[in-house]
Design a binder for this molecule. Structure first.
Ligand SMILES: Nc1ncnc2c1ncn2[C@@H]1O[C@H](COP(=O)(O)OP(=O)(O)OP(=O)(O)O)[C@@H](O)[C@H]1O
Ligand SMILES: [Mg+2]
Length: 482
């Protein structure tokens, strides 16, 4: 990866033992985000680092934290928050490798894993806790065997995601967590897309944070070749199969990530691609957590070369073998596009992304191009070959959909929703009742509005008729007078 300006880690103030340890991960010369943020963090400043995907933001916070910890080791010293469990696990790994010489004790607190075991680990005062907000907030609310009152560092990786109100809303959990940690702390915020949540972020990093943003106008990395394919909706899957086949024929060793927009589509595509004998695994939020970790491990070790995922895998994951990203749907937000395609072309390596764009998505493509300040190029596909496999692919896809419908996939979704409500302290049956009552009230209101509208229209009509009659009468009278 391009080093910053010849400044080594030593000049940044990093100790020899950490430099030695970093080398094991191929981290030899600092990248720009590391060159600028590490000294600020070592000086004790809050820090906001906005740098492109794959540019080494993780080490930019892990290295100075470990150095500070080694000077005054105690638990719990640092709390790192991540929006997904898989990313939390990856950050924990980096802490483990780099912190080995000081006997680092870390602890991962994420949802859908054994809560009792986690509570026990927390009570043993690990140096670093890496958590997803929901589960950590649950522990804070239900347990008094640990506290976060002495932490020196709070890190929000993918900070903008943690603060935005997306499909998973972390704001309530963050409130609980922020209420449990000391106001006097160092806050470190990192992401490739910080800029549109700056105001919210500044409220969390209150002590005049050091802010560093990479200067380049283009928001994706130069090593990424960005392509798009304009295709009819009904041919999407045929193009997908064709693209994968072509890539596998030409580049046997490439790993591919395919992003799609729903859990169901993710499952269907995975089933379909498997029927075409592609080595494929899925990753989405309706899978058991153990299955999720297992699928990712299989993909990371290249046992399976294709991962079909929802946006749960769009941020932060660092898998060097990924050479290609395919967007099965055009992302609705440019930000999501930036993170998805950022799963390839990391740390100076080359990569390619191909976004499938249908007739309905052209405006989304334009929004992406405007945001990233770069134009995507057309991908030349072999249309004849796609037409040849079209019927076969569509029939297979339909078969997979039917197969999935015969399982309890949708029911599971409902059950998961109910479970979530229970965890949030709500009664699912009561919520259901409330919802149907609300719907009833809305329906009645609508009917009432319609009736008023009808009456008003009738009145208007009558007035018009009256006016017309009046005018005619006047005209007749005028005619008589003549
Ligand atoms: N100074 C360095 N020199 C070479 N490689 C590095 C350096 N720093 C980090 N790396 C490697 O670069 C890869 C990407 O790093 P990292 O995951 O921290 O990127 P990121 O900036 O957090 O990306 P994202 O925005 O996608 O989360 C990792 O494999 C990491 O080991
Ligand atoms: Mg990262």
């Amino acid at each position: 990866m391009a080093a910053a300006s010849g400044t080594g880690f030593q000049e940044l103030g990093i100790r020899d033992w950490l430099i030695q340890q970093s080398r094991q991960l191929g981290i030899k010369e600092p990248t720009p985000v590391q060159e600028h943020c590490i000294p600020a963090i070592l000086r004790g400043q809050d820090c906001m680092g906005c740098a492109k995907t794959g540019s080494g933001k993780t080490a930019a916070f892990v290295l100075p934290i470990l150095q500070k910890l080694s000077e005054d080791p105690y638990g719990i010293f640092c709390l790192v928050l991540s929006p997904t469990r898989e990313l939390a696990s990856q950050i924990a790994e980096q802490f483990q490798v780099l912190g080995k010489p000081i006997g680092l004790k870390d602890c991962m607190i994420v949802g859908r894993m054994d809560m009792v075991k986690q509570a026990l680990e927390l009570s043993r005062k690990p140096h670093v806790v890496i958590a997803t907000p929901g589960r950590l907030a649950d522990h804070l609310k239900s347990s008094n065997t640990f506290n976060l009152k002495k932490i020196k560092f709070l890190v929000l990786d993918e900070a903008d995601r943690l603060l935005e109100q997306g499909c998973t809303d972390f704001t309530k959990d963050l409130e609980v967590i922020l209420g449990a940690i000391p106001a006097k702390r160092q806050t470190l915020l990192f992401s490739a897309t910080l800029t549109d949540t700056l105001q919210e972020l500044k409220k969390i990093a209150m002590n005049r944070p050091f802010f560093w943003e990479s200067k380049s106008e283009v928001r994706t990395v130069d090593e990424l070749e960005q392509r798009y394919l304009l295709i009819p909706e009904r041919m999407k899957e045929a193009y997908l199969v064709h693209l994968i086949q072509k890539t596998q024929d030409e580049h046997e060793d490439w790993s591919i990530m395919i992003f799609t927009n729903t859990c169901k589509m993710c499952q269907v595509l995975n089933m379909m691609l498997r029927k075409f004998r592609f080595p494929c695994v899925a990753l989405h939020s309706m899978m058991q957590q153990k299955q999720r970790f297992a699928a990712l491990a299989k993909f990371k070790s290249s046992v399976f070369k294709i991962l079909v995922a929802t946006d749960v895998a769009a941020r932060g994951l660092d898998i060097p073998t990924v050479q290609m990203v395919i967007n099965h749907n055009t992302p609705g937000l440019p930000k999501i596009y930036i993170h998805r395609v950022g799963r390839t072309a990391r740390a100076g390596r080359h990569g390619i992304s191909i976004t499938l764009v249908t007739q309905y998505d052209i405006h989304l493509l334009h929004a992406i191009e405007e945001e990233i300040k770069s134009k995507l190029k057309d991908y030349p596909a072999d249309e004849k070959e796609v037409l040849r496999i079209l019927t076969h692919v569509n029939v297979t896809r339909r078969e997979c959909e039917i197969e999935l419908e015969s399982t309890d996939f949708d029911e599971k979704k409902e059950i998961n929703k109910k479970k979530q409500m229970i965890l949030e302290g709500k009664d699912p049956d009561l919520e259901e009742k409330r919802k149907s009552e609300l719907a009833k009230i809305k329906k009645e209101k609508r009917k009432f509005k319609e009736r008023i509208q009808e009456t008003l229209e009738k009145q208007k009509e009558a007035q018009l008729k009256h006016k017309l009659l009046k005018r005619r009468r006047k005209e007749k009278e005028a005619a008589k007078g003549e």
